[in-house]
Write a protein that binds this ligand. Structure first.
Ligand SMILES: CCCCCCCCCC(=O)SCCNC(=O)CCNC(=O)[C@H](O)C(C)(C)COP(=O)(O)OP(=O)(O)OC[C@H]1O[C@@H](n2cnc3c(N)ncnc32)[C@H](O)[C@@H]1OP(=O)(O)O
Length: 225
């Protein structure tokens, strides 16, 4: 089990320049998108035995190339001296993570946070609709980032999700706002909407635990992610 020290070690200033970060983003983001496309093709391909075997051979070659020089373990949160944060392994927003839809969060001056996003066929739960756990994933991240945007980053303590109507796959919008901050706790609420209106509502309590307060003291960074 990871303890608070392990967690702290996953917040790393790796000293990269903004130019190198941009170069890495340009290099790795298309790879994540290719893999996202492959997730959908894994579900939708009508290929026969020969086509699937041939495709798997190419994928095996790709794996061999990608394994030549690699890290192990989770990506964590990386930042640099200019304060550019990267959570590129994050399951909801990670630039390098093909599991992420991804959410491209927009932060408004009035505290609202929103994103237009797309759930492809790989997020299916009930036939033709989004999996409820995926909706919760989206709302957890959105509300958590709303708390962080308000200067109160924290771990999710409680997330309450109300499914008002089935969430269609496809193009969706999520939006959230901060309700209030009480000591170490930030309360946020938000929704996911589709073409027929609000599908899912959520309320969340985000709590800054002790290790996070200590980490902020060590790094001097308030907006840890
Ligand atoms: C870092 C920024 C991240 C931004 C993006 C986030 C998006 C992703 C968010 C996640 O997915 S986080 C992963 C899912 N969450 C977890 O794994 C959290 C696991 N639980 C914990 O780490 C701790 O239990 C927790 C930090 C939630 C609380 O630990 P503390 O040791 O800080 O709690 P403490 O007992 O000192 O209580 C502090 C206050 O919080 C309240 N509290 C504690 N646990 C709670 C809970 N679970 N729900 C609601 N309130 C809670 C508690 O009553 C108290 O209220 P008061 O100040 O009013 O007395």
């Amino acid at each position: 089990m990871m303890d608070s020290l392990d967690t702290f070690r996953l917040y790393v200033n790796d000293g990269l320049s903004d130019e190198e970060i941009a170069a890495q983003a340009a290099r790795y983001q298309p790879l994540a998108q290719d893999l996202r496309d492959l997730i959908v093709l894994s579900i939708q391909s009508r290929g026969g035995d020969d086509d699937i075997l041939a495709a798997r051979k190419h994928l095996s070659d790709a794996k061999s190339i990608l394994e030549r020089d690699r890290e192990t373990g989770p990506y964590g949160t990386r930042f640099n001296d200019s304060g550019t944060f990267r959570t590129w392994g994050n399951a909801a927003i990670g630039l390098r993570n093909p599991i992420a839809p991804p959410l491209d969060l927009q932060f408004e001056d009035d505290g609202r946070v929103w994103a237009d996003f797309h759930l492809h066929a790989g997020y299916e739960g009930p036939a033709g609709f989004a999996h409820g756990g995926v909706s919760a994933l989206v709302l957890d991240q959105l509300l958590g980032d709303t708390a962080r945007h308000a200067g109160a980053p924290g771990m999710t303590g409680t997330l309450t999700v109300k499914y008002r109507q089935p969430t269609p796959l496809g193009d969706l919008r999520c939006e959230a706002l901060l309700d209030r901050i009480e000591g170490a706790k930030a309360f946020a609420m938000g929704t996911i909407s589709g073409p027929d209106g609000v599908c899912v509502e959520a309320e969340g309590v985000f709590i800054a635990p002790k290790w996070m307060r200590e980490q902020r003291e060590h790094t001097g960074v308030q907006g840890v992610q």
